[in-house]
Design a protein around this ligand. Structure first.
Ligand code: ATP
Ligand code: MG
Length: 246
């Protein structure tokens, strides 16, 4: 039991969620290490959602609303930390969720699907049920994806992603939106939109923005997307990391 008065209460709570998900076969051991990398950047960012993240969230919401077919890709860490938010976003956009793992095993895919299934319903594309296709340029088993899902999407939301796949998806001409606390990761650098924030904080904000903005005229959304500059957002996050503690 974590004491709510502990100065690092939120951070410890997240750790506990992940270690518990690890024991249930949802998060991989490498996922725990990847979280440590994210945590370090969160510390440097002051553990709050910066203006650069708010701007990226708006652009992400507009892009997702405008896309013909968005797909939300879920891995073990995203499922453990923000599975419910991912489901609510999929429902609001009326788009599918697909489980795709760096450390792929059918057992873990199914453990994550079981976690999401009850609330996601038909929004969840089950791995065993659909035709597969291979994304060129990825060495690991995660190159296997669903034709009905990521394979035919024009816009993919891939939070906490590995650089290889972000690159490969971009090569296929897909729009890539990510959540990554490390502004220097290959994923953060390769994506069209990088939300540099903790997935726990930014997904509820993304959901609220989608709910609000889906009633906006198309031209307004297009303007938001056109005016967005991911390089500028990354530079702003790096500035905060360098100077906010001085
Ligand atoms: P890349 O492959 O893109 O260069 P990497 O190899 O440094 O990144 P990965 O393990 O491939 O890291 O990807 C996980 C990414 O997720 C890391 O950049 C890490 O900072 C980020 N991350 C981890 N936990 C969170 C979190 N809770 N919220 C947001 N980002 C996170
Ligand atoms: Mg990586």
């Amino acid at each position: 039991m974590i004491d709510p008065k502990h100065p690092r209460y939120q951070s410890l709570l997240i750790r506990e969620k992940l270690t518990s998900a690890f024991k249930r076969g949802i998060t991989s051991s490498a996922g725990l290490i990847a979280h440590g990398r994210g945590e370090a950047f969160d510390y440097l960012l002051g553990e709050k959602t910066g203006a650069f993240a708010h701007e990226a969230i708006k652009a992400a919401a507009a892009t997702l609303i405008l896309s013909k077919k968005a797909v939300l890709s879920v891995n073990g860490n995203a499922a453990a930390l923000a599975g419910q938010s991912m489901i609510l976003i999929a429902k609001t956009l009326n788009c599918p969720l697909e489980v795709n793992l760096y450390h792929h095993s059918l057992k873990r895919v199914e453990a994550i699907e079981d976690l999401l299934q009850k609330k996601a319903g038909s929004h969840l594309l089950k791995f065993s049920k659909y035709k597969k296709m291979v994304i060129p340029g990825i060495a690991s088993k995660r190159k296997i994806t669903l034709r009905e899902g990521i394979g035919s999407a024009d816009c993919i939301f891939i939070p906490l992603e590995d650089g290889d796949r972000s690159h490969a998806l971009k090569q296929l001409g897909k729009r890539v939106i990510t959540v990554d606390l490390n502004p220097l990761s290959r994923t953060a650098q390769a994506a069209d939109i990088t939300i540099i924030d903790n997935i726990v904080r930014c997904l509820p904000l993304l959901l609220n923005n989608i709910r609000k903005m889906r009633n906006y005229p198309k031209e307004n959304l297009e303007k938001t997307v056109k005016g967005y500059d991911n390089r500028k957002i990354i530079r702003q996050a790096l500035k905060v990391i360098c100077y906010h503690n001085l």
